[in-house]
Design a protein around this ligand. Structure first.
Ligand SMILES: C[S@@+](CC[C@H](N)C(=O)[O-])C[C@H]1O[C@@H](n2cnc3c(N)ncnc32)[C@H](O)[C@@H]1O
Length: 250
């Protein structure tokens, strides 16, 4: 955003300050692209931002010539927000646990007594639905903050005794869960770990699909056999002093 604003201000200044020539709007747009891309190049932004910023203004100008109704643009902006809200604030997009991950999680959720499991960022509720079928006595809860995804999860689990809450995972108390499952992103892991250490009770399990906690090796790594993106479940068992103990995970 700063690159775009910076380039817009520079181009606007040049447009007013320079004596009128016969530059076209498209030429100004390319200048805008070149400035914002150079700004991205000069900063620590990941390199893939450079082509995006280079093409942004020319693409926007081209889009204007298509005379698409403004409502379509509004919907195009709204829809991703309804599904990918978590990617904006927490850098956690939507991708779903696959069957190998569910099967390995089931190894940690006994069918002998009612284990309490929370899926932090439950997406469209597929994991909770699978747990409900395999472990009917488990107490299940999901938390999700993307409106459309949450609605889908609610609808899918409408007949099941599964609590699907609309809200942020950072407001979810973790103290009364036996298993806390999270499939988030590397960016969220340090904060999740701090929260887990503060709130999770001794003996409970933190299970992270795919993502490690920097500097805190998991006690157990349950590898996944599938061909999907997820490679392993990382498992920590919380100890008395609010950190991970070297105890077995199951
Ligand atoms: C990678 S998906 C995992 C979905 C599901 N847990 C599964 O394993 O199939 C992560 C989910 O977390 C949600 N999310 C991200 N940040 C969140 C937050 N602060 N509060 C609640 N949900 C969040 C995203 O919207 C997304 O649906």
């Amino acid at each position: 955003m700063l690159c775009l604003v910076g380039a817009s201000a520079t181009v606007a200044l040049l447009m007013f300050a320079l004596p009128p020539h016969d530059e076209t709007l498209l030429q100004w747009a390319w200048l805008h692209g070149a400035i914002s891309a150079s700004m991205a190049w000069a900063t620590t932004l990941p390199r893939w931002w450079v082509p995006i910023l280079l093409l942004f203004a020319p693409a926007a100008l081209l889009a204007l010539t298509l005379e698409i109704p403004p409502l379509v643009w509004l919907l195009a902006a709204l829809l991703p927000w309804l599904v990918f809200r978590g990617a904006l604030r927490d850098r956690v997009p939507l991708f779903l646990s696959d069957q190998p991950a569910i099967d390995r999680l089931l190894e940690l959720v006994t069918s002998e007594h009612p284990v309490s499991v929370v899926d932090l960022g439950c997406g469209t509720g597929g994991l909770l639905q699978a747990l409900r079928r395999a472990r009917p006595i488990a107490r299940l809860r999901g938390v999700e903050n993307a409106p459309l995804t949450w609605l889908i999860a609610r609808w899918r689990l409408r007949d099941a005794a599964v609590d699907v809450a609309y809200g942020s995972i950072w407001d979810e108390p973790l103290s009364h869960h036996d298993v806390v499952y999270a499939y988030l992103s590397p960016a969220a892991m340090p904060r999740l770990w701090a929260k887990a250490c503060q709130e999770m009770r001794p003996g409970s399990l933190l299970v992270s699909n795919s993502f490690e906690v920097p500097g805190v090796p998991a006690q157990h790594i349950l590898t996944l056999s599938g061909t999907g993106m997820a490679t392993a479940l990382h498992v920590w068992q919380m100890s008395e002093d609010g950190t991970a103990s070297a105890a077995h995970a199951g």
